[in-house]
Design a binder for this molecule. Structure first.
Ligand SMILES: NC(=O)c1ccc[n+]([C@@H]2O[C@H](COP(=O)([O-])OP(=O)(O)OC[C@H]3O[C@@H](n4cnc5c(N)ncnc54)[C@H](OP(=O)(O)O)[C@@H]3O)[C@@H](O)[C@H]2O)c1
Length: 288
């Protein structure tokens, strides 16, 4: 199959690129800005035509959660209008669109893990723009799979783990929020799950489904930071604080644990525990 991966220089796109080297039954085409802007219909259509694309994996997104609060126009352009362009293109080509979304579509007031069918209520611009992107895809694409994920980190890009490792080597003490609960997700695990879904999907069927994927288990940002320090061998002390003591521009859900039983059952995916994956990620980091 010919597969286009957008946003290929981001965390997930880079993990997919690394994994694609081991996969010789598909042809992957990796693109990011400036060579492919997902909001540019002409660019998307001509590239899909030139490479005879059958599956689009959309890893492109505007992911700066706080900046999105003021950079609203661009956030909606990339996260809502971009997926609509990809969905139109998938429709023309009868291709499958596999799109990534976020736990930030929820408001965090649940006390049980969010199911795919639970009502959404995004708290900020990023979450709203991602939700509207999902909805455009549902309206337009004849065949789509939407995967919502959470707290993504990778050896690539800028993320919580890499920031904690840097700060932990510079400071004796760090204060980290303890009252936001979720599940960290190693982008390499998500990339493996996506590869497995691509391998298993039946190209003669059409799909219209939303799934949740994160690693297994539950953590606060404080738990996560402590684990990073411990596994990174850093003596930095992590102290718990409440969200009110660490004001951020965009509001975040206090609870964003997702129920993953659908993706596990439908696609026979084994999901590692977040802490085991963190160990593996830290081992993968370039030394020095
Ligand atoms: N990161 C998280 O914690 C998290 C949590 C939940 C869900 N997600 C979702 O998971 C997916 C992958 O996230 P990620 O962390 O891998 O994102 P990322 O590292 O921010 O990568 C996104 C990539 O998309 C590119 N991009 C931005 N605008 C574009 C456009 N108009 N056309 C084409 N490419 C464009 C970015 O380029 P520039 O860097 O040049 O802008 C970047 O290379 C996204 O859908 C995200 O919303 C992420």
């Amino acid at each position: 199959m010919n597969i286009l991966v957008t946003g290929s220089r981001g965390q997930l796109g880079s993990e997919l690129q690394e994994r694609s080297v081991l996969c010789d039954n598909h042809r992957f085409f990796f693109y990011d800005l400036p060579d492919l802007d997902i909001t540019d219909r002409y660019q998307v259509e001509s590239l899909c035509r030139d490479h005879d694309i059958e599956v689009i994996v959309n890893c492109a997104a505007y992911t700066a959660v706080d900046k999105a609060e003021t950079d609203t126009v661009l956030a909606f352009k990339v996260n809502r209008d971009g997926p609509a362009v990809l969905a139109e293109c998938a429709k023309v080509r009868n291709a499958l669109l596999l799109h990534l979304s976020t736990d930030y579509v929820f408001d965090g007031t649940s006390s049980t893990p969010y199911r795919e069918s639970d009502p959404v209520a995004p708290l900020g611009v990023y979450g709203r723009s991602k939700w509207e992107g999902e909805e455009r895809i549902r309206q337009i694409a004849p065949s789509y799979l939407i995967i919502r994920t959470s707290w993504l980190y990778s050896i690539y890009g800028v993320n919580f783990v890499k920031t904690m490792l840097r700060l932990g080597s510079e400071r004796p003490e760090l204060r980290v929020v303890v009252d936001q609960i979720g599940t960290p997700t190693w982008a390499a695990d998500l990339a493996a799950a996506i590869m497995s879904i691509i391998d298993q999907h039946d190209r003669d069927s059409s799909y219209a489904a939303t799934f949740h994927y994160s690693n297994e288990g539950v953590a606060s940002w404080y738990d996560f930071a402590r684990a990073v320090m411990e596994l990174g061998g850093l003596p930095c002390q992590v102290l718990p604080i409440e969200s009110a003591e660490y004001p951020q521009i965009a509001p975040r859900p206090k609870y964003s644990i997702m129920n993953k039983s659908s993706i596990k059952k439908e696609w026979a995916i084994d999901i590692p525990c977040w802490r085991d994956s963190l160990v593996a990620m830290i081992q993968h980091l370039p030394k020095g």
